[in-house]
Design a protein around this ligand. Structure first.
Ligand code: T1G
Length: 707
């Protein structure tokens, strides 16, 4: 294994440099080599002070998240931090880029901290359902007081170096030179070595953070802060915020070693919690999703100019996403009026961003300078990539792809933003099979991180590689999907809604279903979402699929009846809910309940009691069963990709990790038995896929497929 640590002595100063790409995660080898390097520096008679610095994009992103759940090889990160703090020679941390989690905890255990002016530091463990478990809950209050410590650890967002310095977490900032060479890592190293030499010259020795108590503020203020944050923590699905408050309190009330043990126990409780398992899974799943098979080493095509056909809600959002990513953008609409409305939408998006100070005037001017509007397709002939974002009508899209296939220059990529439709069919229409791909953006396209990349049968590998590079440049999370009606997310959503409809047919009200799924953790229930997105959209899809539907399939026509009555949801002020000035977010609709009652009566259905637990259980089972089918069919690459789509695109509660993670937490044998009990009601919805039996037979979980 390549060494992770560099070691050299420069005029009485020992420089230890961490180098464990990509983010200097503090895994076992790093900790062991750091420990040995410190022993060596401490024992060396010529060394008067020690600097710990780093190569690469930043100081350290903290503990190695991939190591959690495995036995921690000695020294643990808390032990390493205590070892640094106990060093008999002054230790200076040299921070550039980012120092996060265990990374800043290691620096807090050092005696002094020097940072590059552009660096960021933070304790984001709470976003993983964890707490700082290497002394951070003890050293942060000592350096910055209780309120800052509690805010920093429960919020999880990083601080700028300047702010961190003002709060007492950093001792000295190195002014950026603002040029490529020598770069932040070298600049801060030079600054830290000079700082260390000055310490030696001034006769300043180690300054153990555990001995700094003067910034903890007065007892009453400290205690009030702990109580405030403990109260707020009660609303969290994760135990971490509450544990953070407990640990900060312990920093005040217990001797440090006892408090450190208290922190360790709290950390281990969090590590074992379902919420942390879900959040850590989500973190790694989002990063795994971008690894598509079959494109390693494939050179993406060069994209400079992007053409967008359609400047509606989606087209305008996609245009902004492309402008934000630095591309030139030409938006084509049918006719001058539509073109001007499209431009107004784009300008309005930027106007709102300007109002929220998300960008400044100069940036806005630069972005709009790269925007061209046109009222015909012809100017798109020069584009390297053309994204179609016209309404979901197969005939119109087919005609458009035929036209684009004739118009676009060779090797221009043609992408459809369709949410459901067959990208293979569009490719055939374009007569450029290799150049066609699906790029399914999610509204609002300029903010939503998820991008379903729909790889058609003949899509060329370099087109897929180009889609990946586009997603990365846009800061999006790409998920690979095969061609199927609804791709990954909308197929799972359809199964979810079908399970909900069955329950409503049997006796539940839409309002009970929505309430149950909000209790599960969704911000909105399925019927609230339907009212928002428009019942007519899903109705159009059901009508499109009607001719291929298995006549034996259980079909609930309540939604169709509501659409036939013109109840399309918020857009008609009536759907599952009724909307008014008095109830802008929707109130229960007696008319909808009456329609459901008559629907049941016509079918001699006697309504039964349905409780929230059954609603949550069945809706989750339906999502998992459909996810397993998507894996069986090869539509989704891996189970965690399905989780990413549901987490980022459909509001699945992040701390639950996604439907496939939930399946693993339930146990696949339990899952299969639950499905088998429901099969007689609706085989198409509940039949366990072969992949489930295979995994059970091999003693595996869906997680074993996430590679
Ligand atoms: N451990 C292991 N791998 C990590 C990692 C980590 N902490 N952070 C990032 N990676 C991997 C990531 O999976 C990806 O891998 C690659 O690095 C690039 O990441 C005891 C308990 C630092 C802001 O929560 O926020 O310390 O895809 O795509 O967009 O108290 O990564 O290349 O195989 O995200 O430039 C606390 C998590 C840990 C920070 C960079 N630390 N990381 O973002 O790159 S727990 C965190 C990030 C802890 C202690 C506690 C971001 C980043 P691959 P990336 P990026």
């Amino acid at each position: 294994m390549v060494d992770c640590i560099g070691f050299e002595i420069d005029d009485e100063i020992c420089v230890i440099v961490m180098n464990n790409p990509p983010v200097n995660a503090l895994g076992a080898q790093m900790r062991q080599e750091l420990d040995r390097a410190l022993d060596r520096a401490e024992a060396h008679p010529g060394v008067k002070a020690i600097v710990i610095a780093a190569e690469g994009r930043g100081f350290s992103a903290g503990a190695d998240i991939k190591e959690f759940g495995r036995p921690a090889a000695a020294p643990s990160l808390p032990e390493l931090c205590n070892r640094i703090e106990a060093c008999s020679k002054p230790v200076v941390a040299a921070i550039h880029g980012m120092a996060l989690g265990g990374g800043i905890e290691l620096a807090l255990a050092a005696h002094y901290r020097v940072a590059h002016g552009t660096a960021k530091v933070g304790l984001p463990e709470v976003t993983l359902g964890l707490i700082p478990g290497a002394g951070g809950t003890q050293r942060t209050p000592r350096l910055a007081g209780a309120v800052v410590a509690l805010e920093l650890m429960t919020d999880g967002r990083p601080l700028s170096a300047r702010r961190a310095s003002e709060l007492g977490l950093l001792d000295y900032l190195v002014t950026p030179l603002g040029q490529e060479w020598p770069g932040p890592a070298q600049e801060v190293l030079s600054g830290a070595v000079a700082y260390a030499k000055q310490l030696v010259a001034d006769g300043k020795g180690p300054r153990p953070t555990r001995q700094i108590n003067d910034r903890m503020g007065d007892f009453m203020v400290y205690h009030a802060a702990v109580d405030t944050f403990r109260e707020a923590a009660k609303d969290s699905h994760s135990m971490a915020p509450g544990k953070i408050a407990d640990c900060v309190e312990a920093a005040l009330l217990l001797p440090l070693d006892a408090a450190m043990q208290f922190e360790r126990t709290a950390f281990e409780d969090c590590l074992a919690s379902p919420a942390s398992q879900g959040l850590r899974h989500a973190f790694l799943a989002e990063r795994l999703a971008g690894k598509f098979g079959g494109v390693d080493g494939v050179q993406p095509r060069k994209i400079g100019e992007v053409g967008i056909v359609g400047g509606g809600l989606m087209g305008a959002g996609i245009a902004v996403a492309c402008l934000d990513a630095g591309y030139g953008v030409t938006v084509a609409e049918k006719g001058v009026e539509a073109m001007e409305k499209a431009e107004d939408r784009i300008v309005a998006i930027y106007g709102r961003a300007l109002g929220r100070k998300k960008l400044d005037e100069a940036t806005l001017t630069d972005r709009l300078a790269r925007l061209t509007m046109c009222d015909s397709l012809n100017p798109l002939a020069a584009a390297d990539l053309i994204i179609e974002a016209i309404p979901e009508d197969m005939a119109a899209k087919a005609d458009l792809f035929a036209a684009l296939g004739r118009l676009a220059k060779p090797r221009t990529i043609l992408a459809s933003n369709t949410s459901y439709l067959n990208v293979d069919a569009l490719a055939r229409q374009s007569d450029r099979l290799a150049d066609v791909i699906g790029l399914h953006f999610f509204a609002p396209a300029h903010r939503q991180k998820l991008l379903e990349v729909v790889v058609a049968e003949h899509t060329a590998p370099d087109v897929v590689a180009t889609a990946l590079s586009l997603a990365k440049r846009m800061g999006k999370v790409p998920v690979r999907s095969g061609v199927t009606d609804g791709f990954i997310g909308n197929r799972i959503l359809t199964a979810y809604r079908t399970a909900a409809d069955h329950l409503v047919e049997e006796g539940a009200t839409p309002y009970q279903v929505d309430a149950a799924m909000r209790d599960f953790g969704f911000a909105m229930g399925p019927y609230q979402v339907l009212d928002m997105s428009g019942l007519d959209n899903s109705w159009a899809r059901r009508k499109r699929l009607a001719r291929d539907r298995d006549p034996s399939e259980r079909y609930v026509a309540i939604g169709d009846m509501m659409c036939q009555a013109g109840w399309f949801g918020q857009k008609t002020a009536r759907g599952y809910y009724v909307y008014s000035k008095a109830a802008p977010r929707g109130a229960e609709s007696p008319d909808t309940l009456a329609l459901i009652d008559s629907y049941r009566a016509e079918r001699n259905i006697t309504p039964r009691e349905v409780d929230g637990k059954e609603i949550r259980h069945r809706c989750l089972l339906a999502m998992i069963a459909e996810g397993a089918r998507l894996l069986d069919e090869g539509i989704a690459q891996r189970p965690s990709d399905i989780d990413v789509v549901m987490l980022l695109g459909f509001g699945f509660p992040r701390w639950r990790g996604g439907p496939m993670k939930q399946a693993d937490m339930m146990g696949l044998l339990t899952l299969r038995n639950a499905l088998l009990r429901l099969v007689p009601e609706a085989p198409q919805l509940w039949a366990p896929s072969p992949i489930l039996n295979e995994l059970i037979k091999n003693g595996q979980s869906f997680g074993d497929l996430n590679r």
